[in-house]
Design a binder for this molecule. Structure first.
Ligand code: 8YV
Length: 297
């Protein structure tokens, strides 16, 4: 890791006692590397008296309290763009996995059911579907490009209609869900989007509807999701993110209507290297008194 060439690096997870470390060395810490789920551990916030930069290894920075950082004059960076295409690819992988039942088909062959039970049940066509994108940001646009190549109709919702975008705009998630066959959640997490997709939206998506979440677990009301899947009011869900990661409720795990992955939408070797490089480059810019490359505040 290039950071080791330049700095003393301490890994939080490997500390026998984070509290004791903070009490003794907290004021020596200038830079904290974290991500959008972990944020800044609250127990050491006050001890980090000379913290100057929070480097978020991810595009989402929802767990980082920007008000607190601003008040303390702490700069924050994240890693936008470098991960967008991989996240969009993964969203499409989940969409296709649900429609064409890829994990179940894989199990069918491995469990030797093909020979014993005959042909695998027919799946559902994806091309030609109505794809609703919740939050047409950088990742949402790349998902829309990919979905368009499958001859789908594309709709989106967001704070406002975007100039020069030909996709159908829906003013609310509810309206989009009522129209879409598959709803793909790509918004940032945080208070503004908490439970943006809740019971009414899931019911509007309907018994044939598919929910895909590659954003943050907090955007979807997970208990409403469980209810709607169990009652059949929602058709299926493909989830890369959950409300309390890494905990995934048993009912989601055992549901025949879910396809699950452990928050890996950006997890390719190439993208994780690019994210790490952007974090390091930002830190070096900061240390050398130069402009940050991807500032958040
Ligand atoms: C990463 C993410 O998995 O960018 C984000 O916001 O959630 C993911 O790309 C996460 O940041 C862990 O480093």
């Amino acid at each position: 890791m290039p950071l080791l060439e330049h700095f003393d690096v301490v890994q939080w997870q490997s500390l026998p006692s984070p509290d004791a470390f903070c009490a003794r060395h907290g004021s020596d810490v200038r830079v904290l590397i974290t991500n959008g789920m972990a944020g800044v551990p609250s127990l050491c916030r006050d001890a980090l008296a000379n913290l100057a930069l929070i480097a978020c290894n991810g595009v989402g920075y929802d767990a980082i309290d920007l008000g607190w950082a601003d008040a303390r004059g702490i700069r924050v960076i994240n890693t936008p763009d470098v991960l967008s295409a991989d996240v969009a690819d993964f969203a499409m992988a989940l969409v296709l996995a649900v429609f064409r039942q890829v994990p179940a088909a894989d199990r069918y062959v491995r469990e030797n059911k093909w020979g014993r039970q005959g042909a695998f049940p027919l799946a559902r066509r994806f091309w030609g579907s109505k794809v609703g994108i919740v939050g047409l940001g950088r990742i949402g646009h790349l998902i829309a490009n990919r979905a368009a190549a499958f001859s789908t109709q594309i709709g989106y919702t967001g704070r406002r209609q975007q100039d020069g975008v030909a996709y159908s705009y829906f003013p609310t998630v509810l309206a989009l869900a009522g129209w879409a066959d598959v709803l793909i959640v790509t918004t940032p997490g945080g208070a503004d989007t908490h439970h943006l997709v809740s019971r009414a939206e899931l019911e509007a998506l309907g018994p044939q509807g598919v929910l895909v979440n590659i954003a943050r677990g907090s955007v979807v009301n997970q208990s409403a999701l469980i209810d709607c899947l169990e009652s059949g009011q929602l058709g299926a869900a493909a989830l890369d993110v959950f409300e309390e990661e890494p905990h995934v409720p048993e009912s989601i795990i055992h549901s025949a209507s879910t396809i699950l992955s452990p928050h890996i939408a950006s997890a390719t070797v190439q993208t994780r290297q690019a994210m790490a490089a952007l974090v390091v480059d930002n830190i070096l810019q900061h240390i050398n008194g130069k402009c940050l490359i991807s500032p958040v505040n």
